[in-house]
Design a binder for this molecule. Sequence first.
Ligand code: ATP
Length: 285
Amino acid sequence: MTSILIEFRNVSKTLGSKHVLKNVHLSLATGAVIGITGASGSGKSTLLRLASGLMYADHGEVWVSGRKVRPGVAGNLPEGVGSFIESPVFLPTLSGLQNLTMLAHIQGKVDAAYIRDSMHRVGLNPDNNSAFRTYSPSMRQRLGIAQAIMENPGVLLLDEPTHGLDRDEKHLFADLIAELAGRGTAVMISSHVQEDIYRYCDRVYSLAEGILRPLQQHRERVWTIITNSQEDIGLLRMNIPSFRRNGWINSNPAGICTGEWENEEELFAFLALKGIFCVEIRGEH
Ligand SMILES: Nc1ncnc2c1ncn2[C@@H]1O[C@H](COP(=O)(O)OP(=O)(O)OP(=O)(O)O)[C@@H](O)[C@H]1O
């Protein structure tokens, strides 16, 4: 069943003397992946903090999973939310797995298999016993993402999640987000790199001077592309920035993208020019 998992209703926020958010409206339904882009200091993190209950709106309301986010004790923090906003404090002498297990214990929701799985999904080996202090910046970043997904959240808030990741790691991240969205998680991602964010998100907004504006037409046509091979998926990613993998159709790797092609034949022709020959293309309005 589809429902609204995150909703900003006319939200404004001032920090210091800066009017960071002005009358922001935004809603995310089950399985939506939205991106927020904007210059440094434009308020992207503030938007995510408001949804995670780390900060409260001056005016307007923020609703998460059917509950209004209110100032007060920790019990008022929205439930079922995974976040990577401020990097968690990982202990330098513990391994990645030990750090995640400890955090899960603190939060009282330990599922050892899920913790291990979340590490695999970001390309980290849970059996690697190296201490966190020896982790590279990319490994630290990915451990932060693993921490955000380890409790199977219904809502996922990620601030600059792909910062420092290489191309393959970004692909893994794209697959992870597509899979979570496919299972119904609503995801909000901020990034100052626009081309990255188009790759992961169904809708992209820019934030500037407190105003949130859509960058893509919400009714832009969505195309499902069924391919012959994993190799074609790689080529599609290279040639269509909005393309993302979203599973299998009849045992063939498939994905979706948005774009303004007139019809399926036009998209077939565009792809043929790039040397990509697909099994099938389905356009939706
Ligand atoms: N606690 C605070 N007190 C005063 N000003 C703040 C506070 N927190 C953030 N700001 C200011 O609010 C503005 C928005 O900050 P925010 O961190 O949301 O931006 P951002 O778009 O995420 O930036 P970046 O990409 O650099 O992280 C910035 O100008 C920042 O300096």
